[in-house]
Design a protein around this ligand. Structure first.
Ligand code: HEM
Ligand SMILES: [Cu+2]
Length: 577
């Protein structure tokens, strides 16, 4: 090991195609056609809807997802207004039930589960691997089409709600026996979730194959950036766990249509069985959500601390370990549903076990920062916020994973606080960070840094003001999914509602900032404004159709920073004439 620490050895370890770029590096806008401008068989919108280019597909996911996300945010905003005071404030109980159901379905199935892999995995994975595209480009397009069909069906039930007041009201978990007896139209959202599951499986399949078959010459698994590793573990969960939710949905539908009697206690069925099946998918699914965010965090932290990720291999293994142990904890969602003491103790134990590889990751990120040359640009600010906020989310997960405390806290606002800390603090934050990190690569433009910094600060304040009071009121007994509450909780609810304005405002501010930047005339004069070492920064921005001018050969790890390099962060914008 020791000889690897000499400067020569480090130099040797760097990928050959990673020579530092000089300032005259302006050729990237000349002499090649970017994937955005390339001529295809189709023109206009069709050239997007029927493209097999992984980058265009990534961008289409981004815009479709952005659309669904804004609907989900609007619902959140309205729910928080309703909770401003006790009693009916702006809507009645039934509409409130429909709102949290639609909010959950949209955010989980249309945004946070496909999220980072669909957008940034599609765009960046092949380039990070040194490949021209994913293994099965047409299958990739099919995944996107299925996503859109699933999304529109999800929205259809929304529209039907407006027309005949058949708002679905089961919550995103579709628990039986209520899902069997509700008069509202849950068939269409169930079919939507089923189709979205297929989209997810096909993406996972594609990514696993791509990573096995398409890596550049010289790139072993342990030369892949950690973002690829995170997509690898995620992809396996997508392939293995998602069929379980597919089967669960089919069973609920058969039960509703034909009265099968698998879940219906009146017919000798078992409603708790449905919860088991649901969580056998849906707990691993929380790792589908969060592992890619871990990968983004690792790449960003390495780049902006100018250091190789501390314990790279352990980071890769812990990602796989989380994916694996994540299969064995599902029943921690059901501690109060009826189970033997022994099984509850076992599930509680495994839940604690997941915290070990997760803790290793937090430790390694912090260790990477230690003695790094930290550059505080927007993606890095997000990564720091992420370490803090995700830790709160994870630690409160342990509080819930402990049997005794969960009995008290189950179905209270404490749970809502927990999962929003992990989701907003851990996943949405890294989604927006990734958007800022790879924005210059996707557009060859740079956003306004100050506005983005204000955005991060407001986001950080927003998340804490919205979700921290939820721990307190949850602990004091405020149940989740109720549209009314006792007056003693009013202060907490008001605080949370005010926080929601700050949080939503910060998100809109950052999206607006990026939208303005994308329309700017000013372009960058470098392919690599952050001085990052992974392969996507060696290709022109925006990349050409098949990514590389010359297929890269890799001779080292993804984060082999020889020593601290001056970067041209402050001189990278030039006026284009
Ligand atoms: C890593 C990212 C995580 C995400 C995205 C996440 C997400 C969620 C979600 C969405 C729920 C609520 C489900 C519902 O609607 O009923 C939940 C509940 C729960 N989470 Fe997490 N979680 C994460 C991490 C953790 C960790 C690290 C632990 C423990 C070590 C944990 C333990 C629990 C427990 C025990 C519950 C059930 C609480 C109850 O309903 O009584 N979670 N989580
Ligand atoms: Cu769980």
């Amino acid at each position: 090991m020791e000889e690897l620490r000499t400067p020569e050895a480090r130099e040797r370890l760097r990928p050959v195609s990673m020579e530092p770029l000089d300032e005259k590096d302006t050729w990237q806008s000349e002499g090649y056609t970017s994937f955005l401008k390339v001529n295809t068989q189709y023109k206009g919108l069709l050239s997007w809807l029927f493209t097999t280019d992984h980058k265009r597909i990534g961008l289409m996911y981004l815009f479709s997802m952005g659309f669904f996300f804004l609907i989900g945010l609007t619902l959140a905003f309205l729910m928080r207004l309703e909770m401003w005071t006790p009693g009916p404030t702006i809507v009645d109980a039934q509409v409130y039930n429909a709102m949290f159901t639609m909010h959950g379905i949209i955010m989980v199935f249309l945004f946070i589960v496909p999220g980072i892999p669909a957008v940034f995995g599609n765009f960046m994975l092949p380039i990070q691997l040194g490949a021209e595209d994913v293994s099965f480009p047409r299958l990739n397009l099919l995944s996107y089409h299925l996503y859109v069909i699933g999304g529109l069906l999800g929205l259809y039930s929304f529209v039907a709600g407006f027309i005949d007041n058949q708002w679905i009201d089961t919550g995103w978990t579709f628990y039986v026996p209520y899902a069997l007896s509700t008069a509202t139209n849950i068939t269409i959202p169930l079919i939507a979730a089923f189709i979205l599951g297929f989209s997810s499986i096909l993406t996972g399949l594609n990514f696993v194959t791509t990573m096995h078959r398409m890596r550049a010459k010289g790139m072993g698994f342990f030369q892949m950036p950690l973002f690829c590793w995170s997509l690898y573990s995620t992809a396996w969960i997508q392939v293995i766990a998602t069929p379980v939710i597919g089967i669960t949905i089919v069973l609920v539908l058969l039960e509703r249509w034909l009265g099968f009697g698998i879940f219906d206690p009146a017919k000798g069925g078992d409603p708790v069985l449905m919860q088991h099946l649901f969580w056998i998918y849906s707990h691993p699914a929380v790792y589908i959500m969060v592992l890619p965010a871990f990968g983004v965090a690792s790449d960003i932290i390495a780049t902006f601390a100018r250091r190789t990720v501390y314990g790279y291999k352990i980071m890769a293994f812990s990602t796989m370990a989380i994916a694996l142990v994540g299969y064995m904890v599902w029943a921690h969602h059901m501690f109060t549903s009826g189970m033997s003491e022994t099984s509850r103790a076992i599930f509680s134990f495994f839940t604690f076990l997941v915290a070990v590889p997760t803790g290793v990751k937090i430790f390694n990120w912090v260790a990477t920062l230690w003695r790094g040359s930290i550059i505080l640009r927007t993606p890095m600010l997000f990564a720091l916020a992420f370490i803090f906020l995700f830790s709160i989310g994870g630690l409160t997960g342990l509080v819930l994973g402990a049997l005794s405390t969960d009995i008290h806290l189950h179905d209270t606002y404490f749970v809502v606080g927990h999962f929003h800390y992990v989701i907003l603090g851990g996943i949405v934050s890294m989604f927006i960070a990734a958007l800022h990190y790879w924005f210059p690569k996707m557009t060859n433009k740079m956003y306004n840094e100050k506005v983005a910094n204000v955005g991060v600060l407001l986001y950080f304040i927003g998340v804490n003001v919205v979700y921290f009071p939820m721990f307190i009121m949850g602990y004091q007994g405020m149940p989740r999914r109720y549209f009314d509450y006792l007056p003693e909780y009013e202060t907490y609810h008001m605080l949370t509602t005010v926080g929601s304005w700050v949080l939503i405002g910060s998100i809109l501010l950052m999206f607006g900032n990026l939208a303005v930047a994308a329309r700017k005339k000013k372009t960058l004069n470098t392919r690599n404004p952050w001085g990052a070492l992974t392969l996507e920064w060696t290709v022109p921005s925006p990349p050409p159709l098949l990514n590389f001018e010359e297929m890269p050969v890799v001779t080292g790890g993804p984060y082999d920073y020889p020593d601290f390099k001056e970067t041209n962060l402050d001189k990278n914008e030039t006026e284009k004439h």
